[in-house]
Structures are given as structure tokens and as C-alpha cells.
Design a binder for this molecule. Structure first.
Ligand SMILES: [Zn+2]
Ligand SMILES: [Zn+2]
Length: 342
């Protein structure tokens, strides 16, 4: 079978690799049919991540189930499922505590599409093995477009988690979202409005992302303004710019919450004195998406979340190696289902 590999800076290639096979009762093999890039993938492809090539790329997809082990009860061949970005057993202490991104049954950061906790394959592949199918896979409700749901695996649910962390403490708040990494900013706008934000202000240097954020209902700005200072109880940041990060902290009102969605590969200075004076909370972390996926799918099903508006292009499966080199906010790579719907 073929798998799309990151082979070096701006180098993607299809490679022939062995087809995964079921080796345990609880496993499944799935075939991605709508796969998309995580914001991190754009950095990987650009050669701006610490991850050494070669490895199979991709960790956001809706897939169809091809084969299941005898102990798999939740799904059967032909079902469409959301595949979470991380591997999780569903039974260890961390999984039971909702920290499925830190599953203790596998190496730390065991995930599709990144080579940190071993090689689990990528979701731009003909098929991948799902080692804990009952715990990991979530059936896609009928009627949800796989293209719209492709990012539930990671970025859309990541934005959901980060928005909720602030809004649970400050219901109905006016929310400031700072974009920068890619689709996470627009997804945070959508999630904040779905969670009942009074309004959302969105800051981003990138015009395309500003336009998407505006179409979702945000008031948009090209840069942080002085009047943002001490104005928000909830700020959600997807920026890796250290000045904007500092301004994000200063934008908090006393008691406010800043959720950091962007990945910093290096230690980064934060304004601890201003944070202290405001009595703020800062959260950041790799998103333990699994337990939130059903909630996010419900929001998509009800139309409260509109991820299809963030999708920038639909790409034929065989064109992925070239198409993913193009600058595109959220390209979704698709192919026909192998199973005909009953
Ligand atoms: Zn990701
Ligand atoms: Zn676990």
C-alpha cells in the first residue's frame, strides 16, 4: 500500500509500505477517506519542526473501517469514524482521567503522523492500524460531511478544549482570539461563539485567516490594539510571536484565563509580573481530544460549529504530495469510499 511521507524540507513522496494487519482482538484497520493537515503539519513540511524525516505524515482524518478484531464492539467494517490524533487505550489511569493524550499503555506522544512515540503510520495512507479500536474510534453520525469533520481528530477539538477552559470560568464573556498558527484561530472563533461568547474579537496578520474569522462572526483586526489591554476575561492564543503573546497576557482582566494553543519548541519569556498583578490563569498542553470528540461532533451536527467554512480546498487523494506544498489554510484530501453505503 502507499503512504505519504515527509522526506525532508518541502519534500513529500508516496512510499510503498507493508499493509497493516490486525494482530489483536481489540484492533482495527481503517482507510482514511478525508484527511487534512494539522497546523503543525505545515511547520513539519516547511522543515521548521524538530522531527527528523522520513516518516508517514498526517493525523487528522475521517476513515472507513476496513477490518476489526473479534473484541471490537463499537464499530464494524464500512462504518465511517473519526480517528483521534493520539493512540490511547481507554483503560489506564491517565485515559480514565481524560488525559488520553498521555496514555500510559504506549510511549509518550504516541500519535499518527509524528515520529515522537514510535511510528504509528500517518493518516495520508491507504490504511492504518488502530491498536485500541473501542477506545479510540468514534463513529461519524450520519449526515455529517466527512470533509467538515476531518479536523475533529485534532485542531477543531483542540480549539474546543482551549476555548472551554476559559469560558467555563467566564460564561458569556467577550473573547479575544489571536491567530497565527493556521486554522486553530478561526476554529477558536467558531468554538467561542458556539459556547455562548457575547462576541469575539480576532487578531491576525494574515488576510485569509481574517476573512475566514469574519465569515464566522468575529470582528477582525490586523494587530493588537492598545485598548485591548485589561479588557478580556478569556483570551485564546494561537500565535508564536513573542510580542503578541505578551500582549495576549496584558489583554487579560483580573481573574482572566489565557489558553495557549500554539506549540513553542523552545523556552519562551512570559510577563510574570503582569500576570501576577492580574491574578490570571494560563493553560497550554497537547490536546487530549478523545473524550471531547462526541461533543464536538454534536456541535457540528447541530450546525453550531461550522468547520466546513474553514476548509480552503478539496484535493484529490493522488494529488496530495504536490497540493500539500501549496500555501493553503485547511486543504482536505479525499477519495471515494470502498464500501457502498447500505
Ligand atoms: Zn496536530
Ligand atoms: Zn491509556
Amino acid at each position: 500500500m502507499q503512504a505519504l511521507y515527509f522526506a525532508g524540507q518541502r519534500k513529500l513522496e508516496w512510499r510503498d509500505v507493508p499493509m497493516p494487519t490486525i494482530q489483536g482482538d481489540g484492533q482495527a484497520v481503517v482507510r482514511p477517506i478525508a484527511s487534512t493537515t494539522c497546523d503543525l503539519d505545515h511547520r513539519i513540511i516547511a522543515g521548521l519542526s524538530p522531527f527528523e524525516p522520513p516518516f508517514a505524515l498526517g493525523h487528522e482524518a475521517v476513515a472507513e473501517v476496513v477490518d476489526v478484531g473479534s473484541g471490537v464492539r463499537s464499530i464494524r467494517p464500512g462504518d465511517l469514524v473519526v480517528v483521534p490524533w493520539h493512540i490511547c487505550c481507554g483503560e489506564c489511569a491517565n485515559c480514565r482521567a481524560g488525559l488520553s493524550g498521555h496514555c500510559q499503555s504506549v510511549r509518550p506522544v504516541s500519535a499518527y503522523g509524528v515520529p515522537v512515540g514510535g511510528h504509528w503510520g500517518g493518516l495520508f495512507s491507504d490504511s492504518v492500524l488502530v491498536p485500541y479500536a473501542n477506545a479510540m474510534l468514534v463513529k461519524l453520525p450520519r449526515g455529517i460531511d466527512p470533509v467538515a469533520a476531518a479536523s475533529v481528530s485534532d485542531n477543531l477539538t483542540d480549539a474546543y478544549i482551549n476555548v472551554r477552559k476559559g469560558m467555563e470560568r467566564h460564561p458569556g464573556a467577550r473573547v479575544l482570539v489571536i491567530g497565527g498558527t493556521g486554522c486553530l484561530g478561526p476554529f477558536a472563533v467558531d468554538n467561542a461563539l458556539a459556547a455562548g461568547a457575547e462576541a469575539v474579537d480576532y487578531v491576525d496578520k494574515d488576510e485569509t485567516r481574517r476573512n475566514v474569522a469574519r465569515s464566522l462572526g468575529a470582528t477582525v483586526y490586523e494587530a493588537m490594539l492598545p485598548e485591548f489591554q485589561s479588557s478580556y476575561h478569556v483570551v485564546v492564543s494561537g500565535t508564536r510571536d513573542k510580542d503578541d503573546l505578551r500582549a495576549a497576557f496584558l489583554a487579560l482582566k483580573p481573574g482572566g484565563h489565557l489558553s495557549g494553543m500554539a506549540i513553542y519548541f523552545r523556552d519562551t519569556e512570559v510577563p510574570l509580573w503582569d500576570m501576577f498583578l492580574r491574578d490570571i490563569t494560563f493553560s497550554t498542553g497537547l490536546p487530549s481530544v478523545r473524550s471531547h470528540i462526541p461533543d464536538v461532533l454534536s456541535l457540528v451536527e447541530s450546525g453550531k460549529l461550522r468547520p466546513r467554512q474553514v476548509v480552503s480546498s478539496i484535493v484529490e487523494w493522488n494529488d496530495a504530495a504536490l497540493a500539500l506544498l501549496e500555501p493553503s489554510l485547511k486543504p482536505v484530501v479525499v477519495r471515494a469510499r470502498a464500501f457502498v453505503e447500505a
